[in-house]
Ligand binder design. Sequence first.
Ligand code: PGA
Length: 256
Amino acid sequence: MRRALVAANWKMNLDLPQMRAWVAAARAELTGTLAVDVVVCPPFPYLFPMAKALAECAIRLGAQDAYHETSGAFTGEVSAVMVRETGAAYVILGHSERRHTIGHLEDDRMVNLKLRAVQSVGMTPILCVGETLAQRKASQTLDVLSFQLSAGLSGVRVSSGEQLVIAYEPVWAIGTGLNATAAQAQEAHAHLRAELTRLIGREPAAQVRIIYGGSLKPENANELMGQADVDGGLVGGASLKAETFTRIVRVVSQSG
Ligand code: PGA
């Protein structure tokens, strides 16, 4: 049985007072024992203050990226070691906004190098994969997922479910208000699990959480989380308000 995971991806949003207010509200909402791991991913400058704000709280800290080199002349980059020092336990990697946005255009090799760096310092990568609308229309979805997964995990060993999280994030669903249907999500997640089994072996593949991201809201969470291979969510827009995010956490917690 996999324990669900719900992560808030704040992207480049909120300021420090808003983040502190969010943590206070989320703490108040999420009392008692939850059947879910909850993670919040602020922008880099806020990792240390958020680690402090989250002290003695069940919500874990994650980063939105990390560079693969440990140190050196890499202006503007932040290494996995530096991220870990803040207390972060998770790192989102290969998000479509980094794969496809001008100025980033991260390729699968870069994602793979970052993933190895993050794992090597003991943090858990949240590897994002997902097809564009054009790829879905051309019936390439499953091939794209297979490719991104195997390239992202090239040379990587995973022996337990703690070492990796996969996020299925159809690019056409991110920030658009259009979510994948439960059937589309289950098809993609089941495919990813089958591919994972091939890549890392049956036992770890059965333990790895495969979470869904793309216009996830309290209103559609129940249906999506009811699918056998959907183990939680990566929430963008709906994570910016603690009230909405914690409603999603509750839905996920109850559907487990
Ligand atoms: P969204 O973003 O929930 O705003 O669609 C999800 C994500 O980008 O992780």
